[in-house]
Design a protein around this ligand. Sequence first.
Ligand SMILES: Cc1cc2nc3c(=O)[nH]c(=O)nc-3n(C[C@H](O)[C@H](O)[C@H](O)COP(=O)(O)OP(=O)(O)OC[C@H]3O[C@@H](n4cnc5c(N)ncnc54)[C@H](O)[C@@H]3O)c2cc1C
Length: 305
Amino acid sequence: MMVAGKQQGWQGELRYDEPMAAHCSWRTGGSVRYFYQPESVDDLCAFLAELDPDEPLLWLGLGSNLLVRDGGFPGTVISTFGALSATQWLADGLLHAGSGVTCSKVARMSAKAGFTGVEFLAGILGTLGGALAMNAGAFGGETWPHVETVETVDRQGTRYTRHPGDYRIGYRTVQGPDNEWFVAARLRLEPGDGQAALDNIRELLARRNATQPTQQYSCSSVFRNPPGDHAARLIEAAGLKGVTVGGAQVSEQHANFIINTGSATAADIETLINQVQGTVEQQYSIRLDPEVRIIGEPPAEWVHG
Ligand SMILES: Cc1cc2nc3c(=O)[nH]c(=O)nc-3n(C[C@H](O)[C@H](O)[C@H](O)COP(=O)(O)OP(=O)(O)OC[C@H]3O[C@@H](n4cnc5c(N)ncnc54)[C@H](O)[C@@H]3O)c2cc1C
């Protein structure tokens, strides 16, 4: 995979043929050709500089918004969780965090240090890098309003500092410079009552547990809410709660969740996503837009009949 003749100038773990079921919250999916976990941003930059420029790349946080098709991904995954996980207070209310830091850690660090505004991150089962890529949000809060700057890296391993103005940021969408990924961010947090923020986190997590199937394998909300409506309301109204395809099921508790009841393949989940989308469109003339990212090769039986 490495460009011939170049010296390996990076540390970290490189695995071959890694099953993505172990790295995605749906606990299913095909394998990737290479799986790289750097030890530092410098290692990552050196690795990218040596990588074949044609190698397909996939960045991975906690895989909580990702479905890798059963045929796998014929490229290299860059795994940030457990790797780019440094945090540092740079000044009062200014937190520098690596893209592999979990959202829940950011929420708790902020509250414990007496800052508020990012409690909503506590229940989002992803990394800061994934939250930046998705503009993740909950309970009225979103990631990007708290960003002062981000650090990115490009395909050749060159690093940049970017500002929110360099991105087009919307509801669960972020568009920035092509072929650049997040390695860290500086978050600006509001001074406040830390104990109240910790209480707020507890309350938000309890609300989640009461309304969402948090104990089952899922990717949380499958579809974005259409303007002025809720995907869950439309799916429930279309009579789709509890509908199954193989081991995949539309949650009985929250209709915008598809759960893996234990044996779901990625194809079961994708087929159910398509079925839900088709039924809602047929009944309400509204095409639901998937929030989850689906990547990779379809299973052989889809290709060869
Ligand atoms: C129990 C549960 C609750 C959830 N609750 C919410 C919620 O309330 N609100 C919400 O918005 N989402 C929620 N989600 C969905 C998911 O957690 C978020 O979308 C999260 O931001 C994804 O983070 P991740 O690190 O897991 O990203 P991944 O799933 O690993 O990746 C998602 C996308 O981001 C890209 N990406 C990942 N890291 C980087 C990086 N460093 N640089 C550039 N691109 C990158 C990936 O390539 C992929 O396209 C929930 C999921 C679960 C399982």
